[in-house]
Write a protein that binds this ligand. Structure first.
Ligand code: ZN
Length: 331
């Protein structure tokens, strides 16, 4: 597994390197990353090997237990955190080099900093407060102003699963009603997130609330709502396919999933989505958070997928997101 991992990384680097050698992004096919976060420095960040092959058990008697279950296999090269103060500029440089536009989610002021630094590369997305303890009227107003006056394009990342709340819960219906009224797509976290240790790190998280079929009642109430199921509802593939069959306004992103689960499993999941006939609704994304090299690495996973045709790769890396976000219609 290590050998495969390294060879894919090298191919990814070579592909990116040749793009740099040509010294112009005009010759690099455009990519859209539909799932980024307006982070700055992450002080606790460490070098990381993506696509670990195992999640390990832990014993509450041994405490303190690690918050993630990754097995800590080594790789070369690792993904490295940015030096202090350089995260944003390094990610933006990667976006320039790889010809990426990205939907960046975050608080309005944070996203605007990214936009100011690279206006042509950033598609602004909102942040979404926790439901418990937040002020719904304030949040609703913030979202309305962001979409109608500040040029924001996507409502996200809606992380209800971390609170154990269904997307069809009536407490959040007003936000989705607003999105439908304003014709703004919504991006909802569904699926990944436990990373093997929800029991240790995230007591409110419920795997069951990542079931894509929980969206059905919401979609029935809001038939025009456009939904991006973040992390593609992993690993509930049958329910994900059922939802995609029944609702043609639903797309998925493969962010997070693409680097935080075993590679064979990631490829099998993407292949299943495409083979089931939904190749025009799978969107590339990273969940870009900590490591500037993650973007090139994740693009490499798609570029090296031998089960995808060149056309299917372009659909995942660009065409599907451009259609979902209506970029071609100047929105
Ligand atoms: Zn997420």
């Amino acid at each position: 597994m290590r050998i495969i991992q390294t060879s894919v990384a090298i191919v990814a680097l070579a592909w990116a390197g040749s793009a740099a050698a040509q010294n112009t992004t005009a010759t690099v096919p455009p990519v859209i990353d539909v799932h980024m976060h307006a982070m700055e420095d992450v002080p606790i960040a460490v070098p990381f090997c993506p696509n670990q092959t195992r999640f390990e058990a832990s014993d509450p008697k041994d405490g303190p237990e690690a918050p993630f279950g990754w097995s800590k296999e080594e790789c070369s090269p690792k993904l490295y955190p940015a030096p202090k103060g350089q995260y944003r500029s390094m990610v933006l440089a990667e976006m320039e080099r790889l010809n990426v536009r990205g939907v960046v989610f975050g608080d309005v002021a944070d996203v605007q900093k990214w936009q100011a630094a690279a206006p042509g590369r950033i598609i602004p997305g909102t942040a979404f407060d926790k439901v418990e303890g937040s002020d719904p009227a304030r949040q609703l107003k913030m979202l309305e102003v962001a979409f109608t006056q500040q040029g924001f394009k996507v409502m996200g990342e809606i992380g209800l699963q971390y609170e154990g709340i269904s997307p069809s819960d009536m407490r959040v219906d007003q936000y989705f009603a607003l999105a439908e009224k304003l014709d703004i797509p919504v991006a909802i976290h569904m699926g990944t997130g436990g990373s093997g240790r929800a029991n240790v790190a995230m007591p409110g998280y419920r795997g069951s609330m990542g079931n894509p079929l929980l969206l059905e009642d919401l979609l029935a109430r809001h038939p025009k709502l456009r939904v991006q199921v973040m992390h593609a509802g992993y690993p509930m593939i049958d329910n994900m396919l059922t939802l995609l069959q029944a609702n043609s306004h639903v797309y998925v992103d493969i962010a997070g999933l693409i680097w935080s689960y075993p590679r064979k499993e990631v490829n099998r999941y993407i292949e299943r989505l495409v083979d089931a006939g939904f190749g025009d609704r799978v969107m590339y994304g990273t969940d870009q958070l900590v490591w500037p090299g993650l973007m090139a690495y994740s693009i490499g996973i798609i570029q090296n997928a031998d089960y995808l045709s060149p056309e299917q790769k372009r659909d995942i890396l660009y065409n599907n997101a451009a259609r979902f976000l209506r970029l071609d219609k100047g929105k």
